[in-house]
Write a protein that binds this ligand. Structure first.
Ligand code: SF4
Ligand code: SF4
Length: 61
């Protein structure tokens, strides 16, 4: 099953993905990087499309 994950080594915490997620599944954590709640994520791919650094990876296609 596919999933979307943030590569924290790339993410700069800009928040674009947080704004873009229609399901409110992403937040910026205390480390300043974004994190996807896998229980809320509907796998629409909007976050991956919007990230300027391509820090969100689609896994398990
Ligand atoms: S859009 Fe990309 S760089 Fe910005 S917070 Fe989200 S994952 Fe990080
Ligand atoms: S894939 Fe869609 S639902 Fe999941 S975190 Fe990204 S924007 Fe939100």
């Amino acid at each position: 099953m596919k999933s979307f994950k943030v590569d924290k080594s790339i993410c700069v915490g800009c928040g674009a993905c947080v704004q873009a997620c229609p399901y409110n599944a992403i937040k910026i954590e205390k480390d300043g990087k974004s994190f996807i709640d896998q229980e809320k994520c509907k796998k629409c791919g909007e976050c991956k499309k919007i990230c300027p650094l391509n820090a969100i990876k689609e896994l398990g296609k």
